[in-house]
Ligand binder design. Structure first.
Ligand SMILES: [Zn+2]
Length: 370
């Protein structure tokens, strides 16, 4: 990959990399299976002597639908906060949280199902049992919501994030923001007439905050063949942290030494391309065992990656320079607390991160089959 590294990518470097990315894209090591980026020169806008650098887009795609800059522009116009307002109302009506096994979770699920149905999907529930109260070993039932597109199952892309909150708060950034990103990606694909060559499964996991139970159950239920046929898992767990950063997982381990299964490097590269082509500073983040729903996929040997805008870590000076915000303050000061409400989000960051999820989802959905 192009070395972006854990160091924050300054905007000026990002602009320089814009052309480097295009030049190197032909080799595309570690790209999605069968992924053959096409180099397309964008309209320089008036035929000046300094045309814009070439931009790599996956093929075959509808013109513009998978151009990184066009995707960002599209997501800047999407009213994503409406989903967060809905989830906040649901928490307010249900004792202040949306934890698995509660009425707040059930209502959150109905909201997601309505949204998916309205967009033309057919969501299904996948139930599982989990330990709701570890002290009393109290078993409870919960469920994931799964909605899939058409396309070949042989290169399935799973796009997921957890729907449940902790019991201590409404979970609007963690992980209402991820839910909003996935819903809008699903809706954007339908609206833009993106017909996946490869099947996409949109997944809303239950009981992540217990022990990642929903995503573990999903992976446990896959046959060996189905695991082999899952070419990518894209996770989003917090995408609107109020003092946040733009980060995506270090799939090749070049920055944190802990690579995901082969193919995770390609996922990292495609996320990187989105941020680079949009001149948005971004950095990589490590896979932390047991931290989020990518864990079960990694353990099953399925390539994974995804987005993270930060939780209880303090913002460094370099991060404040790159992204703005307050150095020395937590990236999300309300992480897992009652104050993780509608006022605990950065809506512009949510749009940028959601565009990244949509871009990478489309790249995998449209990658030519092997
Ligand atoms: Zn979370």
């Amino acid at each position: 990959m192009l070395t972006l590294s854990r160091h924050v990518l300054p905007a000026v470097l990002a602009v320089l990399l814009l052309s480097a990315t295009a030049c190197n894209s032909g080799s595309a090591a570690g790209s999605p299976p069968g992924f053959q980026p096409d180099v397309v020169t964008t309209d320089p806008g008036g035929g000046t002597e300094s045309p814009e650098p070439s931009v790599a887009v996956p093929r075959p795609g509808p013109p513009g639908a998978v151009d990184a800059r066009a995707v960002l522009t599209a997501f800047k116009g999407r009213g994503m906060v409406g989903h967060l307002e809905a989830l906040q109302r649901i928490a307010d009506d249900n004792g202040g949280n949306r934890a698995s096994g509660t009425s707040g979770y059930e209502e959150s699920a109905r909201y997601v199902e309505e949204q998916l149905r309205a967009a033309g999907y057919n969501p299904v529930r996948q139930t599982f049992t989990f330990e709701q109260d570890r002290r009393n070993r109290n078993q409870a039932e919960s469920f994931n919501i799964l909605a899939e597109t058409g396309g070949s199952a042989a290169n399935t892309v799973v796009v997921g994030g957890h729907l449940d909150s902790v019991e201590d708060g409404p979970g609007i950034n963690d992980n209402g923001s991820g839910v909003a990103a996935i819903l809008e990606t699903a809706k954007w694909m339908k609206k833009n007439g993106i017909t996946p060559v490869n099947r996409v499964v949109f997944a809303f996991w239950g009981a992540e905050e217990n022990d990642l139970d929903g995503s573990r159950h999903y992976v446990d239920e896959l046959s060996k063949t189905e695991k082999d046929q899952t070419s990518a898992y894209l996770n989003v767990d917090m995408a609107a942290s109020p003092n946040g950063i733009r980060s995506f997982h270090d799939g090749d381990g070049s920055d944190f030494g802990d690579a995901g299964p082969s193919g995770s490097d390609g996922i990292e590269n495609v996320f990187e391309r989105y941020f680079t082509e949009n001149a948005l500073p971004a950095e990589t983040t490590a896979f932390e065992g047991g931290d989020s729903d990518y864990d079960a996929f990694l353990q099953a040997g399925i390539p994974a990656g995804g987005l993270f805008s930060g939780d209880s870590e303090s913002k460094t000076d370099a991060q404040a320079q790159a992204y703005g915000g307050t150095p020395g303050r937590d990236l999300d000061p309300c992480y897992h607390e009652a104050c993780d409400t509608l006022s605990n989000i950065d809506s512009a960051l949510l749009q940028e991160m959601s565009g990244a999820l949509a871009y990478v989802t489309a790249a995998y959905a449209l990658a030519p089959r092997n």
